[in-house]
Design a protein around this ligand. Structure first.
Ligand code: ATP
Length: 417
């Protein structure tokens, strides 16, 4: 058996959990993703724990021992413990029965951990390690997940798995590309059979969208999209989406410019949204709006996607010939994702650089002037404040002014004369 690396802080927590559960005669297990990740050599794992008794029997004492806050969901018998720098998911073991294909399962508590493992998607995610007083104990691997990990295989636990839950099709593709694994022979066959039965029509678009978004967050997402194309067809996202060979050129650009932007500004970029925009770029406005609705994209993300839609036809010449302040007015509101989308499609390297520098500058500019300072300069609060601050911002963007003194002189000269 392999030697597991695990960071000392997690071992400390596992020991506390192990001790408390042993005291209450509860069996506790580390399950699913973290077990897989431990065997893959990851030292910092999520703590995903299953108990063979109702979580609420141990929750208050555990929370006290760990100095944690917690939320308990009585309808699912699951809980989340919030520690200073991490959280722990704890669930009561459960088994699932699918009343009909694609529907959400009926869930029952169970004391048999094997049943809890059997409801899981793939063998590599259906292993558990006993948590004991000394930390991690024996491995429970009733469906041979360890062997599949070693062989690099994604394998479902039974023939009806993809019919029970078609989101597992996208999950299978995701794990294949993440781990550079292949589908086990029968799994591939059952997956293709499920696709030919149009199983995706049986699940909600929101669930499908959620899995597609997760696929777009994988490092090797282009391989994921290709695999999705080959196994399911991109039409499962939308009938008008077809694979575009240019993505092979654009996607590395997105990743490069996003990385540069984060490095320069320490701001976050939702890279996956840029890939989503690329996938859906050929849709007309109504279709895109409808897809965003169906996939229940959050309000800000939807705003960003629709805004990019409006901007995508701006001519290169216009971008070339504009000063930063004009670019700002042309492209506002400025979302890094939108600008990176525009940059990634450009062939012209100097224009790419110009747009990137514009974006960085927009993100870094801070005004010394604020409402308080304007009052001190003699202005009365009102709509004029916004006008002054916006004018100052544009002047600063164009490099006309820089210091606090220059800001004040500019305000006086422009608005007090
Ligand atoms: P990631 O690193 O992407 O978070 P993960 O395996 O932890 O990987 P989750 O989506 O958080 O993924 O799921 C946690 C566990 O729940 C999985 O390891 C798997 O055992 C189980 N699981 C998740 N989704 C399904 C599903 N659709 N069907 C069956 N089991 C699932």
């Amino acid at each position: 058996m392999v030697k597991l690396k695990i960071i000392p802080e997690l071992i400390r927590l596992l020991k506390i959990i192990g001790r408390e559960c042993a005291k209450l005669k509860i069996n506790a297990y580390l399950v699913g993703g973290p077990v897989r990740d431990l065997f893959l050599g990851k030292a910092n794992i999520d703590l995903d724990i299953v108990l063979d008794k109702d979580v609420k029997t141990v929750l208050p004492s555990l929370a006290k021992l760990l100095s944690a806050k917690y939320i308990y969901h009585p309808q699912f018998k699951t809980a989340k413990l919030f520690l200073d720098s991490l959280y722990i998911d704890i669930a009561t073991a459960r088994e699932e029965i699918y009343p009909c294909l694609g529907s959400l399962p009926r869930v029952f508590p169970t004391t048999d951990i094997k049943k809890d493992l059997f409801r899981r998607d793939f063998s590599i995610n259906a292993m558990a390690i006993k948590i004991c007083e000394g930390g991690l104990g024996e491995l429970l691997d009733p469906y041979n997940g360890w062997e599949d990990l070693r062989k690099g295989k994604i394998r479902v636990l039974h023939e009806k798995s993809f019919l029970d839950d078609p989101t597992r099709i996208i999950r299978a593709i995701r794990f294949c590309v993440r781990l550079d694994f292949t589908l086990e022979k029968n799994t591939r066959l059952w997956l293709k059979k499920a696709v030919s039965r149009r199983v995706f029509s049986q699940i909600s678009s929101a669930r499908l969208g959620n899995e597609i978004f997760k696929l777009l967050q994988e490092k090797n997402l282009l391989a994921g999209i290709k695999k999705l194309r080959d196994l399911c067809g991109l039409k499962i996202i939308h009938p008008q989406i077809i694979f575009n060979r240019r993505w092979e050129r654009y996607f590395p650009e997105v990743s490069k410019w996003s990385r540069d932007f984060v490095q320069k500004t320490s701001q976050k970029v939702e890279e996956w949204l840029i890939y989503f925009i690329f996938l859906t770029v050929k849709l007309d406005k109504d279709a895109l709006q409808e897809l965003c609705d169906k996939y229940e994209l959050g309000k800000n993300n939807r705003l960003l996607v629709m805004h990019t839609y409006e901007l995508k036809r701006i001519e290169e010449a216009k971008l070339h010939n504009s000063k930063y302040s004009q670019l700002f007015n042309l492209l506002k509101p400025i979302f890094p994702e939108t600008i990176i989308f525009l940059i990634a499609r450009l062939e012209n390297k100097s224009l790419q650089k110009k747009l990137f520098e514009f974006l960085v500058r927009c993100s870094q500019i801070r005004l010394y002037t604020n409402g308080e300072r304007l009052k001190k300069l003699g202005f009365s609060p009102g709509p004029i404040f916004n006008k002054i601050l916006a004018t100052l911002f544009l002047a600063k963007l164009d490099g006309k002014i820089s210091t606090q003194r220059e800001e004040e002189d500019f305000v006086k000269e422009t608005f007090l004369r």
